[in-house]
Ligand binder design. Sequence first.
Ligand code: ATP
Ligand code: MG
Length: 430
Amino acid sequence: MKWVYIEDISKYVGMEVELRGWLHNKRSSGGIRFLLIRDGTGVIQGVASKKDTEKESFSLIDDLNQEASIVVKGKVREEKRSPIGFELTINSIQVIQNKEGYPISPKSHGVDFLLQNRHLWVRSSKQWAILRIRAEVIKAVEDYLWNKGFLRMDAPIFTPSACEGTTTLFGVDYFGESTYLSQSGQLYNEATCMGFGRVYCFGPSFRAEKSKTRRHLTEFWQLEPEMAYAHLEDVMELAEGMVGYTVNRVLKKRESELNTLERDTKLFLSIKTPFPQIRYEEAVRRVNELGESMELGEDFGAPQETVLSGSFNTPFMITHFPESVKAFYMRKESLNSDSTLSFDMLAPEGYGEIIGGGEREFDRKELEKNIKSRNLPMDAFKWYLDLRKFGSVPHAGFGLGIERMVAWICGIKHIRETIPFPRMLGRVYP
Ligand code: ATP
Ligand code: MG
């Protein structure tokens, strides 16, 4: 008999198949037993009865516990009332393992308990839906860049220098030398993009974020494209194209997961590129108008981002941040200006920043000036300055935080559920 997956079940109507999975839930009604079977690709209801099911199999159903691992053979039927449109008439069940006391029952649990049991929690339907959407988002953004001719060039995780100050860095002893876990692959992307034209890196970024917000993890996954000869407008266009493509793709391919999450997808349908753009000064003015105070020259904090992005129905971009809130490598709008050629993309509905990027300073003298004025160690940037010595060209790029993007698409409040094993202030288990 053929072993098949639930996600492919529509191809097997009328046929006998074998499913290998786990018992998600069960109930009985008279002489009939209804088993919700999940196999990682979906959930199907199996129906067992004295008439259709082998006697021995039928008799063991009442002792099956939630999450018992089972191999079920049966016949696939169309069933209009089923959420997936199909059911299985069960012939036989083989029990691989069966134990009572699975800690996560269908009743509700506190979030600390659930995080402590994250290794089991990932099996629950809502978590399953979120993580399936995460996988789709990752594949979508990579496909998008690949189709635009970008090559994946991985950046190192151990990095020798503290590029932007040490306050949010995790130090690691590297055979007696002090190194840090990478906060971003950007500087390395700037090197590889001069070798390959269009590159991106994708990997974990580490930041010792000491504030507890619903938007910050200490380990998150960042996708960072970098493009030689590109200017601010070019990478803004790339970013909005990528976000638009990804949202559409999730809508098409992960509809049932979005339904499981009860995500209202109406707003997604009206998302069109180009996204609205406002300059930094205008954004500050609006934030104050919306009732959160902030001064020109300051960065947007969580409350400011929340009100501003709550006033939009579509992703939008804030451009030309002042030098004071951006890193040393951001290129200025003009020599005497203190505005930079930078942008952030914010997701609507209060979600806030999902992307940060801009044009990099490619003039060696200017870059050296920035490094000095910020008291950064010039030595550490020797190789980086080399890039401005040999064949330096305008270039630009951005970083997208996968977890923030997934949280917005899924419509969930806290990003801790958007990664299989979240790392946060006060949590490194399991
Ligand atoms: P924030 O101001 O929200 O802390 P940032 O401006 O420091 O973020 P960038 O350095 O611009 O972040 O990083 C690029 C992207 O990486 C952000 O737009 C965001 O999506 C994501 N990101 C940054 N820090 C975190 C974090 N601690 N947890 C999850 N995602 C993050
Ligand atoms: Mg940013």
